[in-house]
Design a protein around this ligand. Structure first.
Ligand SMILES: [Zn+2]
Length: 103
């Protein structure tokens, strides 16, 4: 029998998604002043996603490091390159590469 994951009600999930977007927006705004604050916002967004068992929207997934969960700002703490139809993000913090296919 497949494992059943008890998901939260849809309206709660929608609120959670809004909160995640809101947190990422704040992370972006705060980055210039305090990058540690941005990292905290990312952590909070991830916690919400885990709690409500929802996915972080894919455009936002590219904005933090999968390995060290730091907020990534191209040109500041990450490098973005395009190679073989993939966008490659390189995190300066943990030297981790992330590859995203280009559609
Ligand atoms: Zn990293």
């Amino acid at each position: 029998m497949p494992k059943i994951y008890n998901k939260k009600p849809i309206h709660q999930q929608k609120i959670a998604e809004k909160r995640i977007k809101f947190l990422f927006q704040h992370a972006k705004e705060m980055f210039r002043e305090d990058s540690n604050a941005s990292d905290k916002y990312v952590m909070m967004a991830r916690r919400i996603a885990m709690k409500y068992k929802i996915k972080i929207p894919s455009p936002l997934k590219k904005k933090f490091c999968k390995n060290c969960h730091k907020y990534l700002m191209p040109g500041a703490n990450c490098r973005v390159r395009i190679h073989k139809h993939r966008i490659i993000y390189y995190c300066f913090g943990c030297r981790h590469y992330m590859r995203h296919p280009v559609k």
